[in-house]
Design a protein around this ligand. Structure first.
Ligand code: PHE
Length: 451
């Protein structure tokens, strides 16, 4: 279709694409969100549904997204528009790119606020605030943090400025290098923490909570949340992975690459769960503590560990970087679009997007303090935004991508780009045509109480 490389540059190798896509996938979703929603939704059965969603829906949709991106070599919005034209499909399909861009805005606005908590914790940890921490004192420190709107706004601002500055520089400069060092380091420190939690007496309790399946704990909404999280954690359904696919070198195998990314992402989420739940049970905390879970549990572990202050500080540095490499991919689709379409400079496009996102983020900042009592259907502004994006917009985006590839594209064009072994390709097509759409629709209907 378009030129081989596009105007935004290319990852220098398949390995760098894996790093970048893993950088996008692994973030607050794995370390912060997965444990707390697992806690809120009763543990094992929820985890099982989540894993099934990853395997049956997430991975196929990810292959589709990367392939579409590499075919189009442009921002998701323009890629979708070009493909729709090229395939003679109905114009409506280009809505996939637009809806994704809006979802990206929404997600980045609250993502940046939560990443701000991680930034704040670098200094709380490093400053010794958690020395000798107990579940109670850690809870108080966390309560103090989120109860202070000015503080949260400041951290949100700092995080967003850093994100925008990196997006403004483009994909090759800085981003690749930073990710290739920081991701392995994050994994390493999680393994150290895993060692700590394995030596705790409550490791068994945490393990059973995560892996013992009791379906009576599942509600229709839990299943919707599990599906939504499968999309959120793999960065699917909004164009982030499509945008990164556009920068993927031609010869690299899409199937293997996607499997690697999905495997690493799932591994990190499960390890985070195995770290956090034993601490929860050892200290008499509640698994269903909500968004504060990570921030209230880990300080207790660090306080009881030799070298804990150092490890703890380093841990929150790495979480901040993991969040950063995801945040960048949330901003990239819209920025790339503005650069292509409007001919504005990357720096300008990124700045404008930053400003709008910043304003929207104030709603999330206030959800934890001044506005915490204002609720719509029992949800704060933050809860609403999170629910709307992760549980509705992303699965819907994924559903449309599956339908577009499965039903509306010429099979041979898709296969020419995806380059999968014939049997696998047949299986993938079947899943994209029937299984993934049926799965998403069934889970939506179930969540609405229709089936
Ligand atoms: N996957 C990221 C995480 O788990 C969040 C994200 C969602 C990033 C959607 C890009 C697109 O933290």
């Amino acid at each position: 279709m378009t030129e081989q490389t596009g105007i935004h540059g290319l990852w220098r190798s398949r390995w760098l694409f894996i790093l970048a896509a893993t950088g996008s996938a692994v973030g607050l979703g794995n370390i912060w969100k997965f444990p707390y929603i697992t806690g809120e939704n009763g543990g094992g059965a929820f985890v099982l549904v989540y894993l099934v969603c990853i395997a049956l829906i997430g991975i196929p949709v990810m292959i589709a997204e990367v392939t579409l991106g590499r075919m189009g070599r442009q921002s998701p919005i323009n890629t979708m528009q070009a493909l729709v034209k090229d395939q003679g499909a109905h114009k409506m399909w280009s809505g996939i790119g637009w809806m994704g861009a809006v979802a990206g805005f929404f997600i980045l606005s609250f993502y940046s606020v939560i990443a701000g908590w991680a930034l704040a914790y670098i200094f709380r940890m490093g400053g010794g605030v958690f020395d000798g921490a107990t579940a109670e004192s850690a809870g108080e420190v966390f309560g103090g943090l989120i109860g202070d709107p000015e503080g949260l706004l400041a951290w949100h601002t700092i995080f967003l400025v850093i994100t925008i500055a990196i997006v403004a520089r483009g994909v090759n400069k800085g981003l690749e290098k930073a990710i290739s060092v920081l991701m392995p380091l994050l994994f390493l420190i999680l393994v150290v923490l895993l060692g700590y939690s394995m030596s705790s007496e409550s490791f068994g309790a945490g393990f059973h909570f995560l892996f013992d399946v009791d379906f009576s704990k599942l509600t229709g909404e839990s299943i919707v949340v599990a599906l939504g999280h499968a999309f959120f954690t793999l960065s699917l359904g909004m164009g982030a992975i499509m945008a990164y696919g556009a920068y993927m070198p031609k010869g690299a195998s899409i199937g293997k690459t996607v499997l690697t990314v999905a495997f690493l992402d799932t591994l990190i989420a499960l390890v985070a769960g195995l770290v956090i739940f034993p601490i929860v049970f050892a200290n008499g905390m509640e698994p269903s503590a909500g968004p504060g879970l990570l921030f209230q549990t880990l300080p207790v572990a660090f306080a009881n560990m030799p070298g804990g202050t150092l490890f703890g500080t380093l841990f929150f540095v790495l979480v901040s970087f993991a969040a950063l490499s995801s945040a960048i991919s949330l901003g990239e689709p819209v920025v790339a679009w503005a650069v292509e379409k409007r001919g504005v400079s990357r720096a300008n496009a990124a700045t404008w997007i930053g400003i709008i996102t910043w304003v929207l983020g104030i709603g999330t900042v206030l959800s934890f303090n001044l506005w915490s009592e204002y609720k719509l259907f029992g949800k704060t502004f933050f809860d609403t935004l999170d629910f709307l994006t992760a549980n509705i917009m992303l699965p819907l985006g994924g559903l449309l991508i599956a339908l577009f590839v499965g039903w509306s594209m010429r099979e041979s064009d898709f296969q020419a780009e995806a380059g999968l072994p014939p049997m696998l390709f047949k299986a993938l097509r079947f899943v994209l045509m029937f299984i993934a759409p049926a799965g998403v629709l069934f889970i939506f209907a179930n969540g609405l109480g229709l089936v």
